[in-house]
Unconditional design. Structure first.
Ligand SMILES: [Cu+2]
Length: 311
């Protein structure tokens, strides 16, 4: 396992250099300032200096304390710029992958209807990620590659890098995007070109499951503010693995176990308080009988069925 400290992309060296230089300058300055404070505390204490001496103006000193910090900040700027500017300069041969952020998961679109939850990429190839958000602002951060960019709906942002180490690296979301923001993680998996080709060939085109019309409805009706897709408990139970599972529900007649097939799911949407999932409160979910009808109900149920077949 690589740690976040091993620079795993071509851009890491530039970032690390700027970081080390700024850290060293800060360290030296802090040290110098503390030493000076201690020196003046002792040297100019009341015991030694009964009557403080008065000073006005010292041109030489003022020039020195203007020029030296100017040089220091210009050095920091130079190395910062050197590390940053290649990040915005994408090589023409870069392989393009669409990175999609949504509450609260990443997904990567390789084209041809092929998606994956983790970013799988070939070693030593230039990779460009086109960043899209389906809802709120997210931030795509791969610490080991030293790349981080905001993912904003309606704004075409991108980042690129060339992985120079094989292995698995963490991907985080770095914009607070709601309840399960901290769970919005994935892996960047760097493999040999041949392994990549094999992986890609084996990757089933999921027929755009992320864009399934049922899922679009769940988003459009804000169901996913209360129900997660990834198994985490929000206000209501997660939709993960819902279809075909056993649910323990409380009805007016008491507790019972039901199978979550079409009828149960439809009833849960139209009459949410008739059968309340055990462990959750009645009255939180309102009926959608005037909002979601006929075909749309079927689309949602179909999405749940497809999603449970996927794993
Ligand atoms: Cu996010």
């Amino acid at each position: 396992m690589e740690t976040a400290f091993s620079g795993a992309s071509n851009l890491a060296a530039g970032v690390d250099k700027a970081f080390i230089i700024i850290l060293s300058i800060s360290f030296i300055l802090t040290f110098a300032i503390v030493v000076l404070i201690i020196y003046t505390l002792i040297r100019f204490s009341r015991k030694r200096e009964k009557n403080p001496r008065q000073f006005t103006g010292n041109t030489k000193l003022e020039i020195v304390w203007t020029i030296i910090p100017l040089i220091i900040v210009l050095v920091m700027f130079y190395y910062g710029w050197k590390g940053f500017s290649p990040m915005r300069d994408v090589p023409a041969d870069a392989m393009q992958i669409k990175a999609i952020g949504r509450m609260w998961a990443w997904s990567f679109d390789y084209g041809d209807g092929k998606f994956s939850k983790d970013l799988v990429i070939p070693y030593n190839r230039n990779i460009k990620l086109n960043l899209f958000s389906e809802d709120v602002n997210h931030g795509l951060f791969i610490p080991a590659f030293r790349v981080k960019e905001d993912v904003i709906a309606g704004y075409d942002n991108y980042l690129w890098f060339r992985p120079i180490l094989k292995g698995e690296f963490d991907i985080y979301c770095t914009e607070y995007c709601g309840l399960a923001h901290s769970g919005m993680v994935a892996k960047a998996i760097v493999v040999d070109s041949l392994d990549y080709v094999k992986w890609f060939a084996d990757l089933k085109a999921t027929g755009n499951i992320p864009d399934h019309p049922g899922l679009t409805l769940l988003r459009a009706n804000a169901c996913i503010t209360c129900h997660s897709l990834d198994g985490s408990k929000v206000i209501g139970p997660s939709f993960k693995g819902l279809y075909g599972s056993k649910r323990v529900v409380i009805t007016d007649q008491g507790e019972k176990t039901v199978d979550a097939f079409d009828d149960y799911i439809k009833k849960s949407i139209l009459e949410p308080n008739a059968e309340v999932v055990k462990g959750y409160n009645k009255g939180l979910m309102q009926s959608y009988k005037d909002v979601i009808k006929g075909e749309d109900l079927d689309k949602i149920v179909d999405y749940f069925r497809k999603a449970s077949e996927q794993k």
